[in-house]
Design a protein around this ligand. Structure first.
Ligand code: ATP
Ligand code: PRP
Ligand code: MG
Length: 279
């Protein structure tokens, strides 16, 4: 059985569970359940705090897990990142009351509140800045107002929490984070299957299938707009002057591609969702 660590709550939990379900796994039905077996798929899910997942996977107690890159680096666990999962995107930044600081060097000798002390200490050390870290559990944006720190270092997504606390970002980007699949490094064939399935889910979400008919004379121009992953599928039609084309197109570009295809003479342009994929 492949042992998989999954966030039990917080920003990553819902999307992680949804991705695993789309990948064909059967997770927990009851949110109080801590462990669930999915024998048909040869896996067992352990629902854990996202912050603890790298520790369990790094120790080899669990094989793989889904967590944030920021949490993985903060933990200093030997677990390694295997794939980005394209959700839970955030940046990790320094912030202070408007105008207070503008450069990283100004933090020398000052107090920085964070719930990611490992990540921040490593960044400050690499930058040759010595500051006192004030370790908090969360809601660090309140630390300056309450007088326990001069600046904060925290996860920023929309920036709205910082704004509401009267803080502004300054200094360099500490980290670009996203949800990631991590591994203990111990070989397990189930881990390769999980990775391929999750990659399939990402492809199914990011691409659509586009079908259209185009006069043979304009095929080259049309095919250049829809190169697909390997190469577009071209099929003959009853009318020898026309062909049918099928290709995967990035979902984000589909309307622009349809406009351009129409311009080069394509007709009957149809778009369908991809429910699952193995590329
Ligand atoms: N607002 C957000 N938008 C996107 N990702 C976020 C956001 N807040 C946190 N994250 C990401 O989610 C991961 C874990 O954060 P999360 O908030 O779930 O954990 P936590 O702070 O330990 O738990 P909780 O907030 O439930 O106490 C991190 O990788 C972080 O970058
Ligand atoms: O830029 P924003 O979109 O406002 O999001 C960033 C906020 O979200 C997270 O907080 P969370 O809700 O997890 O609370 P916490 O600080 O207690 O972890 C993070 O720690 C920031 O405070
Ligand atoms: Mg949080």
């Amino acid at each position: 059985m492949l042992k998989i660590a999954v966030p039990n709550k917080g920003s990553l939990s819902e999307t992680a569970a949804q991705m695993l379900a789309e990948a064909g796994y059967h997770g927990r039905r009851d949110p109080r359940e801590l462990v669930t077996a999915d024998p048909a798929n040869g896996v067992e899910f352990f629902y854990l705090r996202p912050r603890d997942i790298a520790t369990y996977v790094g120790s080899g107690a669990l094989d793989v897990g889904i967590t944030g890159r920021d949490l993985l680096l903060d933990s200093e666990s030997p677990a390694t990142e295997v794939a980005e999962l394209n959700f839970g995107g955030s940046t990790f930044r320094f912030a202070s009351p408007a105008g207070e600081f503008s450069t990283l060097e100004q933090l020398q000798g000052r107090r920085v509140a964070t719930s990611y002390p490992g990540l921040v200490a490593a960044f400050l050390a690499k930058s040759n800045v010595t500051a006192t870290l004030v370790k908090l559990d969360g809601a660090v944006e309140s630390a300056v107002r309450l007088g326990v720190a001069d600046a904060v270092a925290d996860v920023v997504s929309t920036g709205s929490t910082l704004r509401k606390a009267g803080l502004e970002i300054f200094g360099p980007v500490i980290l670009e984070s996203t949800a990631v699949l991590i591994s203990s490094g111990i070989q397990n064939p189930g881990a390769d299957t999980l990775l391929r399935r999750l990659q399939g889910v990402l492809v199914a979400r990011q691409y659509v299938l586009m079908d259209y008919d185009v006069p043979r004379a304009h095929l080259d121009a049309a095919a250049a707009l829809t190169p697909g992953i390997e190469s577009p599928t071209i099929s003959p039609l009853a009318d020898p002057d026309w062909v049918a084309v099928r290709a995967m197109v990035p979902r984000h570009d589909m309307n622009l591609v349809m406009d351009a295809l129409w311009e080069v003479g394509a007709r009957a342009i149809l778009v369908s969702p991809i429910h699952a994929a193995r590329i």
